[in-house]
Design a protein around this ligand. Structure first.
Ligand SMILES: CC(=O)SCCNC(=O)CCNC(=O)[C@H](O)C(C)(C)COP(=O)(O)OP(=O)(O)OC[C@H]1O[C@@H](n2cnc3c(N)ncnc32)[C@H](O)[C@@H]1OP(=O)(O)O
Ligand SMILES: O=CC(=O)O
Ligand SMILES: [Mg+2]
Length: 365
C-alpha cells in the first residue's frame, strides 16, 4: 500500500459513482488463461465452443496482434463478449480477460475507453503489459474508476500486471500493493529476457546452455561428467510468488512458446505450480489440457493431504504417518491442496468425480 494514503482511503472509490474497490480477491479457478487474437477470424470462431472447457479466455490486443489489426482486435473482442453466452461476469464458468496494449503505445487509451463502456460488465480482469512500477497501476486504477462510474458499472474490473521488465521485477512488491484491484501477476519471460539483455531467443522455457556440471572425478579427467540444466526463471517466479502471497493476490507462469514441445511445457508449468503459481497462459488449444492437468492437484496428493488432515485431529501436535512426521505446518500445506481441490471440483465435474472417489484410512501409525 502506498505510504501517502491512509488505509481507509485505499478502499474508497477513485471516482464518484465508481464501484467500491474489493477488500479481497476471489480465488476463482484460472488454471489456463487462454490467449486468442480477436481479429483472427479462425481463432475467434472457436471461442464460443471453448466456453465452459477453459477457466479463462483472454482477448489479446497487445503483442502478437499486427499493428494494422489493433482496431479490428478491439472491435472483435467487443463482438465476442457481447454475443457469447456464459463468458465473463461473476457467475460465469469461463472468465473473460483482456490484455490491453502497453500504456505508452498509441492504442492503450482507446482500448480502455472502448472496452469498459461496451463490455465492462463482462470483463473480469484487464491484464496490463510491461508494468514498470506502482505509477502504472495508479494510472489504470483511476482511469478505470472514471470509466466504470460513467458506464454505471456496479462491479470493479480487476487488474493483472505482467512482470516483464527489469524495473518491474525490482518494484514487484509495490506493484502488487498499488491498488485493491490488483488480481495477480504473470511472468513475461520473452520481454523480460530482452529487457534484461539475457542471451536467449525463446519465449519462456529453459536453455541447454544454462547448466551446472558435475565436478571432475579425481584422477579421471576424461570421465563423463553429468550436466544438470537449470531453470532460468526460478528467481523471478519465486519473487513473484512471495510478492503475490504477501498481498493476497495470485501468481501465474506466462507463455511457453515451443508449442510442439508438450513435454517441456508441462515441466515448466509444473515447476511454477509447485512454487506456488495458480495457473499459466495457454497460447494454443493444446496447451489448455496441459495447464488443467498440471494446475489441478493429483488424486494421489489429495488422498495424502486428506489423510494428514484426518490424522491431525484438532490440528495441533505431531503424528507419524507412513513413517513421516506430520504437524501443524505440514497440515497447513495439506489444507492448501484440499481447499484448491474443493474450488476446482466446484467447476470441474470430472475432477469432482475423481476427488469424491477418494476413500481414506484416517489411522495414524
Ligand atoms: C510473448 C507473448 O506475448 S505470448 C502471448 C501472445 N501470443 C499469442 O497470443 C499467440 C496465440 N496463438 C497463436 O497465435 C497461434 O496459436 C500460433 C501462431 C502460435 C499457431 O497458430 P497456427 O499455426 O494456426 O496453429 P495450428 O495450425 O496448430 O492451429 C490449429 C487450429 O487451432 C486454431 N488456433 C490456434 N491457436 C489458437 C488459439 N490461441 N485460440 C483458438 N484457436 C487457435 C487455429 O486457428 C487452427 O484452426 P483451424 O483448424 O480452423 O485451421
Ligand atoms: O508477454 C509475455 C512475454 O513473455 O513477453
Ligand atoms: Mg510481453
Amino acid at each position: 500500500m502506498p505510504s501517502s494514503k491512509s488505509p481507509k482511503d485505499f478502499f474508497r472509490p477513485l471516482a464518484v459513482g465508481a464501484p467500491t474497490p474489493p477488500t479481497e480477491i476471489p480465488a476463482r479457478p484460472s488454471r489456463a488463461i487462454h490467449f486468442f487474437d480477436p481479429s483472427n477470424e479462425k481463432m475467434a470462431a472457436k471461442i464460443p465452443q471453448m466456453v465452459g472447457s477453459v477457466d479463462v479466455l483472454l482477448g489479446n490486443l497487445e503483442d502478437a496482434v499486427k499493428a494494422d489489426n489493433k482496431e479490428a482486435a478491439r472491435e472483435g473482442l467487443v463482438t465476442i463478449a457481447s454475443e457469447t453466452d456464459g463468458l465473463g461476469g461473476p457467475d460465469a464458468k469461463t472468465q473473460l480477460w483482456t490484455r490491453v496494449n502497453s500504456l505508452d503505445s498509441p492504442w492503450a487509451l482507446d482500448d480502455l475507453t472502448r472496452l469498459v463502456p461496451a463490455i465492462g460488465h463482462k470483463l473480469d480482469v484487464i491484464m496490463v503489459p510491461k508494468v514498470q512500477g506502482a505509477e502504472d497501476i495508479h494510472y489504470v486504477d483511476r482511469l478505470l474508476a472514471q470509466l466504470e462510474a460513467k458506464a454505471g458499472l456496479d462491479r470493479p474490473i480487476l487488474v493483472h500486471a505482467i512482470l516483464e521488465t527489469a524495473r518491474g521485477v525490482a518494484n514487484v512488491e509495490e506493484i502488487c500493493g498499488a491498488s485493491p484491484r490488483m488480481q495477480g501477476l504473470s511472468l513475461g519471460p520473452a520481454d523480460l529476457a530482452a529487457d534484461r539483455r539475457m542471451k536467449t531467443t525463446r519465449v519462456g522455457g529453459g536453455h541447454p546452455g544454462y547448466l551446472v556440471r558435475q565436478d571432475p572425478v579425481a584422477e579421471q579427467p576424461d570421465a563423463h561428467r553429468a550436466i544438470f540444466q537449470q531453470d532460468l526463471w526460478h528467481y523471478t517466479i519465486a519473487r513473484m510468488v512471495d510478492a503475490c502471497a504477501t498481498h493476497g493476490i495470485y501468481p501465474y507462469y506466462g507463455p511457453f512458446g515451443d508449442i510442439a514441445d508438450v513435454v517441456a511445457c508441462e515441466d515448466q508449468f509444473r515447476n511454477a505450480f509447485l512454487l506456488g503459481c495458480v495457473g499459466t497462459w495457454s497460447l494454443h488449444p493444446k496447451q489448455i489440457a496441459i495447464a488443467n492437468k498440471v494446475f489441478s492437484p493429483s488424486v494421489e496428493d489429495i488422498t495424502h493431504a486428506r489423510r494428514v488432515v484426518a490424522a491431525m485431529g484438532d490440528g495441533t501436535g505431531a503424528v507419524m504417518l507412513d513413517g513421516k512426521m506430520e504437524d501443524d505446518a505440514s497440515l497447513k500445506q495439506c489444507l492448501v491442496m484440499v481447499e484448491l481441490a474443493e474450488q476446482l471440483a466446484a467447476i470441474d465435474p470430472e475432477l469432482k468425480k475423481q476427488y469424491d472417489a477418494i476413500s481414506i484410512d484416517s489411522e495414524a501409525n
